[in-house]
Write a protein that binds this ligand. Structure first.
Ligand SMILES: [Zn+2]
Length: 478
């Protein structure tokens, strides 16, 4: 694009921005009044009501009762026992199905704590869960979400006075050259022709810049779709995910936060279609037109530069509203934020595009929201991969849906753990005493394995207050 045509285009947008600025000032006053109203209101309602682990386990079990059974009505092991056993395995962080199978043979706690009647063997569990349609498991995430909402736990996550930040990203959890199922994605080596089978999912969680806990939503599997021969992709999975998100939460004020790959016109149109606000990463390499446009605007004095210092850290912003995302989609206008965090010798640099009209009074919060995106990677995927959940272990692949169902059930176990961390004072006290989740899981598993308890609360109480065991008597030769 020539400089003169860009200048005339800038002049056109400038008029628009002047109008937006006036609108912005009016919005600012309503915003201040709105904050005062919310603060007064939230002081009355926002004390979370504790939720016990027994209540969470009971909720999961009664949700599993809704999953239809594809087998004959006289099946020895019920569907709810099979699902609950897999949930228990992930909740206890067993590293393999065979470990759970060992537990099954000698562990009375499994029956008492997870309310299990007939516990399946490893083979039985795989056989029963393989044909279960993953969409039957997904609604349970909403049931736990509703529980957190009703108990005001969700109030902790309110961002920019009214919204919830939902961080979305894809991740892989299985790859093999031999093992595969009907929902596996396939990747063919162009030179050798060798096929690698893999599974991915689009994960999403409600996050907040000030909280280390997250509330995972039902993930969308990136799998080969029914009747399709081509591989599924993250963009298609995102379409299904946003449609489901709006179906599950039609009125929830949501800001989607994603990385630079998502800041493209079709994706932004999809977000708008579902009434989802956004703060999306932007990279100079992927958005040459946009960055060029902003640079020209900056030279013409049309960007706003703003800086503030907090605890010796300099936060420098440059922003401009209503700029075209790229040359081929000039109808898609975005608001652009460039940010530098300068802490001594260290400088971090980020850019975002957003549909929030950016001004000096909200740019800091927009930056905090944009930066909270990494919580889906760090607090969710990395926790599942490295902090006891064994996300990438193969618990059994199956022929149809087993691999996907196990990934969903593991995410559900993680959600229940996060719910405890947010809403159970007993769990919070034990976690504080143990110092890390990994240590807590190790000690919980040890007690679970050697002593008999009637509830998970009793295990946590034993860890918190200590316990006494009578002298060990060995049944065997000395
Ligand atoms: Zn597969």
């Amino acid at each position: 694009m020539g400089t003169s045509s860009r200048q005339s285009e800038l002049a056109r947008y400038r008029k628009h921005i002047e109008y937006e600025d006036r609108l912005d000032a009016q919005n600012y006053m309503s915003y201040i009044n709105f904050i005062a109203y919310l603060q007064a209101f939230s002081s009355v309602i926002s004390n979370p009501i504790p939720i016990s682990i027994s209540h969470l386990i009971k909720t999961v079990r009664s949700s599993f009762e809704q999953v239809p059974d594809h087998r004959a009505p006289n099946a020895k092991i019920s569907m709810v026992d099979a699902l609950m056993s897999a949930f228990a395995m992930f909740s206890l962080k067993d590293s393999a199905l065979v470990e759970f199978d060992e537990r099954r043979k000698k562990d009375k706690n499994l029956r008492a704590i997870y309310n299990l009647k007939n516990i399946p063997s490893d083979t039985q569990m795989r056989t029963i869960l393989d044909p279960v349609y993953p969409d039957y498991i997904k609604p349970i995430f909403k049931v736990i979400f509703n529980l957190l909402q009703q108990n005001h736990v969700l109030d902790k996550f309110v961002f920019m006075c009214a919204y919830y930040l939902v961080s979305v990203d894809g991740t892989g959890y299985f790859s093999s050259k031999k093992i595969h199922c009907s929902s596996c994605l396939e990747r063919k080596n162009s030179k050798t022709g060798e096929i690698t089978y893999h599974h991915q999912m689009l994960g999403a969680a409600i996050v907040h810049p000030d909280l280390k806990e997250v509330i995972p939503l039902a993930p969308e599997p990136i799998i080969k779709q029914d009747g399709e021969t081509k591989n599924d992709c993250e963009r298609n999975a995102a379409k299904r995910f946003f449609a489901q998100l709006r179906q599950d939460h039609p009125y929830l004020p949501i800001i989607i936060i994603e990385d630079g790959l998502s800041s493209n016109a079709p994706h932004i149109k999809e977000l708008k279609k579902h009434d989802l606000r956004y703060i999306l990463g932007a990279k100079e390499g992927d958005h040459a037109f946009l960055f060029d446009y902003v640079e020209t605007a900056h030279q013409a004095g049309q960007t706003t530069d703003y800086e503030l210092t907090k605890k010796k850290v300099i936060h420098r912003f440059r922003f401009i509203n209503q700029v075209p995302l790229n040359a081929s989609n000039k109808d898609v206008l975005v608001n652009f934020v460039e940010y530098w965090e300068i802490d001594g010798d260290k400088t971090l640099h980020f850019c975002w595009v957003t549909d929030f009209m950016v001004s000096k009074w909200n740019v800091f919060e927009i930056m905090r929201g944009g930066r909270a995106r990494w919580k889906i990677e760090n607090e969710t995927f990395n926790t599942l991969k490295n902090q006891g959940y064994n996300f990438e272990h193969n618990y059994g692949h199956g022929q149809q849906n087993l691999s996907v169902n196990f990934a969903l059930l593991m995410m559900l176990a993680f959600l229940v753990d996060q719910a405890q961390q947010l809403a159970s004072p007993l769990f919070q006290a034990v976690l504080k005493k143990e110092g890390s989740r990994k240590r807590l899981w190790d000690h919980m598993r040890a007690l679970f394995f050697v002593l008999e308890f009637s509830s998970m609360e009793d295990i946590f109480r034993a860890l918190l207050y200590g316990y006494k065991v009578e002298r060990v008597i060995i049944f065997g030769p000395t």
